[in-house]
Design a protein around this ligand. Structure first.
Ligand code: AMP
Ligand code: MG
Length: 486
């Protein structure tokens, strides 16, 4: 037997039973081909370096022929979309293949775009090449930035036509995470009064993914506290790199605090707190500056879903149970604020703590916003601004204000700031126009740009070999629109 198919597969999620999923085979891709693969993610899974050349690899990753041990299934979840209860959703185009044991613990594998499931609703179960490349590159870019995220192992493609705003072609992304469980999984069973299933899900999740909560007086409260803190850390990290998720519905919120479901996401170019990356989000619910508050709102939806696990028989019980859950969610606020300050201090190269640090950081962000200064480049150029302030000043309209701010900042910096800052302020992020370049080349059959970008994004704190990978976006980038249709 080939060593690939000798991977030790398990599927602990399947232990939960049929209330939680439907087992079904993937609908593969006709005549598939490789589009991309991530050597880092392969290494995480313990796959051999030449794994894509092994027999059966392409067939398995395009959904055409599972490896022994895989047990494809689609899970059911519900959720709030754009602040409104959306009812049952579920894995409409994702299939869980099972888990692989790795030195970093079990990792689940999912095929995204491998056909219809009972939860596809009006969708076709497919993913297009364009959005698959975006998900693949951003998953791996985020991991390299140190932002908690699901990973992406590979993309397979096909000529199979898929209709979106135009006719595109189908692809399958293999994504990887310790768990793909979402807030929406809990909301589903709470909303449908399936209390036994809700309890089983909570016990199962705690046993496998939050074991330290098991011995708490109220494990559900401890779980909510843990998720709240992890979510705070995640959002602080997003804000600190100028990342907008675009669709922060509760069904896209990971119970492990991972960045999950890459759709119309975007890294900001010019800094605009009100920036909305999702063209379909016409009310700006998921604007950059609203992400912290939206995550807090989503945690309340999770708290609501966990309430039936606490005593609620009498009105008094219900009241005090609610209070304990709200208190757990409340932990988010302080953690987000403190994590944000930790990240901003690091971005400004500040050592120790000074009461003026928050204001110093806020004032820099205000200057950036007033000039729509490039988010990534502002911090990158600031890193070198002790000795060379010119390139930073070039990003701003009001240079005198920047000079005044730089004077305050210099007075607060210490030896070694430049090196510390260059290690936390990336030179390269997945700007929309970079992804677009790789997509256009791939649509013309050239996958080399994806592999090249993957490499560059894998070392985001190094100056790239090609200056254009770190450069300000070209004019045409401002006309790029990204919507939910993926
Ligand atoms: P999203 O907001 O993109 O995360 O998707 C919301 C819901 O729609 C999820 O339940 C997805 O599984 C489902 N979905 C999105 N696109 C498709 C598609 N092309 N086919 C089937 N289901 C889809
Ligand atoms: Mg989703």
């Amino acid at each position: 037997m080939d060593s690939l198919t000798g991977l030790a597969w398990t599927n602990r999620f399947a232990d939960l039973g049929p209330d939680f999923f439907t087992e079904l085979p993937a609908q593969g891709l006709p005549d598939p081909h490789w589009v991309a693969q991530s050597p880092d993610c392969a290494q995480l899974l313990g796959l051999p370096a030449d794994w894509t050349a092994r027999p059966g690899a392409l067939a398995a990753m395009s959904g055409n022929a599972p490896w022994p041990g895989m047990r494809p299934l689609a899970s059911v979840y519900s959720g709030h979309q754009f602040g409104v209860w959306a009812g049952q959703l579920g894995d409409g185009r994702a299939l869980w293949l099972g888990e692989v044991d790795t030195p970093a613990g079990p990792q689940e594998l999912q095929l995204k775009g491998a056909g219809l499931t009972p939860y596809s609703r009006r969708g076709d179960g497919r993913a297009v090449l364009r959005s698959s490349i975006r998900e693949f590159l951003c998953s791996e870019a985020m991991a390299a930035l140190g932002v908690p995220t699901t990973r992406a192992l590979c993309i397979t493609g096909s000529r199979l036509p898929v209709i979106r705003e135009t006719v595109e072609t189908a692809a399958v992304v293999t994504r990887v995470a310790p768990s793909f469980i979402r807030f929406g999984h809990f909301e589903h069973f709470a909303h449908h009064d399936q209390l036994d299933a809700l309890r089983r899900l909570a016990n199962w999740f705690i046993a496998h993914h939050a074991p330290e909560c098991a011995d708490a007086p109220e494990p559900a409260v401890a779980l909510l506290r843990k998720v709240s803190l992890q979510t705070a850390d995640l959002i602080a990290h997003w804000q600190s790199v100028g990342f907008c998720h675009g669709v922060m519905n509760t069904d896209n919120m990971s119970m492990l605090g991972l960045t999950l479901d890459y759709g119309p996401f975007g890294f900001m170019d010019g800094f605009d707190p009100g920036h909305v990356c999702n063209h379909s989000d016409d009310r700006g619910r998921y604007a950059y500056a609203r992400q912290p508050a939206v995550a807090f709102w989503n945690l309340h939806a999770l708290a609501q879903a966990l309430l039936p696990l606490l005593p609620i028989e009498t009105e008094k019980d219900a009241e005090s149970s609610t209070e304990r859950l709200l208190e757990a969610v409340e932990g988010y606020r302080e953690r987000f604020a403190s994590q944000m300050l930790v990240r901003l201090r690091a971005k400004l190269g500040l050592e120790g703590e000074d009461t003026g640090d928050q204001a110093l950081a806020d004032d820099f962000l205000k200057l950036m916003a007033a000039s729509r200064a490039d988010f990534t480049q502002s911090f990158r150029r600031l890193s070198c601004a002790i000795t060379a302030p010119g390139p930073l000043r070039d990003l701003f309209i009001d240079r005198e204000a920047v000079d005044a701010w730089l004077t305050r900042w210099r007075a607060r910096t210490t030896v070694g700031a430049e090196a510390r800052m260059l290690a936390v302020n990336p030179a390269v992020v997945l700007r929309n126009h970079l992804a677009e370049g790789a997509i256009r080349a791939a649509q013309d059959g050239d996958f080399g740009e994806i592999a090249r970008l993957l490499k560059v994004l894998g070392r985001p704190f190094d100056e790239p070999e090609l200056p254009r990978d770190a450069a300000l976006p070209p004019d045409w980038a401002s006309t790029l629109e990204v919507s939910c249709s993926s």
